[in-house]
Design a protein around this ligand. Structure first.
Ligand code: CMC
Length: 432
């Protein structure tokens, strides 16, 4: 809950002083509450990219960027990755507390029973070109789901919101795995209710009707960890997109499609694909200095993908878990001499010792190692961001639920600093 403090900030403009309240949360910086600033002064604030703006009040996820700490509902990400599982973490994000045994069984049972897609949705997959990027397919099919459930999704009814939430968490693995199956020309594999969430996803990606598929427990545990690490990350670009889209009261299936579209960009979720492509392009440790120089060159747009973060100015805690998991998966797969991993480890070492990266506080982020694990599991690079989207869906939905259940919800409507032409009159062609 937002708490008012006794502090205020004074802003003096043209001799008139207004007092702005300072509010506090349970962790993180206090905020200047400027909601009445425009009314009092006729001024807007200017903050492109929201670098100093808290866009909402939230009690779901907290990042301490200086410490390199990530908490879901107060629980450190390392503990959850080590001890919990993705569906338990999903419950925690959605409802605020870890479930009791019976709550967990009820929740996982509901998710398991909603994994199938309406058979007519097969037509959407088949409408895509075989070489379509799986993110395009996932985004399109997710948006298409709004057509299947529009009449049963009254967002003002908590029960209908709950059903929509369960449906999306349950169906995303099916959609993502089918986007993959379609791209490689294999038959779609239907979900299996006797498997756990991550196991079922691997089964739908890698089984073929001709053979029995047994899910390796180390791979499914690594997959589950990847899902946990990507599940939520407070008000990042895609989450803010979902909130903004949903603030108009729009259909939640369509709002999550908007989040998926935003996630696709290489500065956000698309970075895992870009990071692995970059490591491959570097190819061997002796080319690292060339790429470091490019990243430091102001006239070159190149950036070291998988490095840097808007909030973390210390190690991304997710990347530590990822690195350890990468070692385990590569060992299991018998990949002991992986050149990409060698380049990654060497690049990380060199960058962490480089003055430019130290000064700008650029550390490896979650995307730096996730691609190496996913590739070792057998996924092509184009599947990395769809897997991120699958995992982040629960975060988007938790944030959506939080926003919609707030009785004071307002449509998101930023203002602007207009710098275009002022008023002018229309001229016919001959006078232009
Ligand atoms: N390589 C080289 N220089 C960098 C990098 C990088 N990866 N990231 C930031 N910088 C420099 C940047 O040039 C700028 O320098 P200067 O102050 O001299 O202009 C300074 O560091 C600050 O960068 P910024 O772009 O103002 O920082 P931001 O908070 O707006 O951007 C970021 C954060 C993640 C978009 C950026 O670090 C980046 O582009 N990283 C590479 C892409 C990436 O790995 N993205 C995944 C983020 S984690 C997963 C997720 O959240 O989706």
């Amino acid at each position: 809950m937002l708490e008012k403090t006794s502090k205020t900030a004074k802003i003096t403009i043209d001799g008139t002083t207004v007092e702005v309240p300072v509010n506090k949360g349970s962790l993180g910086p206090d905020v200047l509450d400027i909601r009445s600033l425009y009314k009092q002064t006729g001024l807007f604030t200017f903050d492109p990219g929201f670098t100093s703006t808290a866009s909402c009040e939230s009690d779901i996820t907290f990042i301490d960027g200086d410490k390199g700490e990530l908490l879901y509902r107060g629980y450190p990400i390392e503990q959850l990755a080590d001890k919990s599982n993705f569906l338990e973490v999903s419950y925690l994000l959605l409802y605020g507390e870890l479930p009791t045994k019976s709550q967990y069984e009820d929740f996982s049972g509901k998710v398991t029973r909603h994994t199938m897609l309406h058979e007519q949705m097969l037509n959407f997959f088949r409408g895509f070109r075989r070489d379509a990027h799986p993110m395009a397919i996932v985004c399109g099919v997710q948006a298409a789901m709004s057509a299947f459930y529009h009449d049963s999704t009254d967002i003002n009814d908590p029960w209908q919101r709950e059903v929509a939430t369960i449906r999306m968490i349950a169906k995303l693995p099916t959609i993502v795995s089918w986007a993959y199956k379609y791209s490689i020309g294999q038959p779609f594999a239907y979900p299996k209710n006797n498997l756990q969430y991550a196991q079922n996803f691997l089964q739908m990606c890698f089984s073929v009707p001709a053979e029995e598929y047994v899910v390796d427990p180390i791979l499914s545990s690594a997959m589950d960890k990847i899902f946990i690490l990507h599940a939520d990350h407070e008000q990042n670009a895609s989450t803010s997109t979902v909130r903004l889209a949903a603030s108009s009261g729009a259909n939640p299936f369509a709002c999550i499609a908007a989040g998926i579209a935003c996630l696709w960009g290489p500065a956000h979720g698309g970075a895992n694909e870009a990071a692995l492509n970059m490591l491959k392009e570097i190819g061997s440790p002796d080319r690292i200095s060339e790429f470091i120089s490019k990243a430091k060159d102001k006239n070159d747009p190149f950036r070291l993908m998988g490095f840097g973060h808007r909030v973390y100015k210390n190690f991304d805690p997710r990347s530590r878990v990822m690195k350890q998991s990468a070692d385990e998966v590569l060992e299991l797969m018998g990949i002991t001499n992986n050149p990409t991993l060698q380049v990654a480890k060497e690049l990380e070492k060199i960058a962490l010792e480089d003055e430019y990266f130290i000064e700008k506080k650029l550390y490896p982020n979650v995307d730096f190692y996730s691609g190496i694990i996913l590739e070792a599991m057998g996924f092509p690079t184009s599947m990395f961001t769809p897997i991120f989207a699958l995992a982040r869906t629960v975060g988007w939905l938790s944030q959506w639920q939080e926003m919609i259940s707030d009785p004071n919800i307002k449509i998101g409507r930023p203002r602007q600093l207009f710098t275009g032409k002022t008023h002018r009159d229309y001229l016919p062609y001959e006078k232009r």
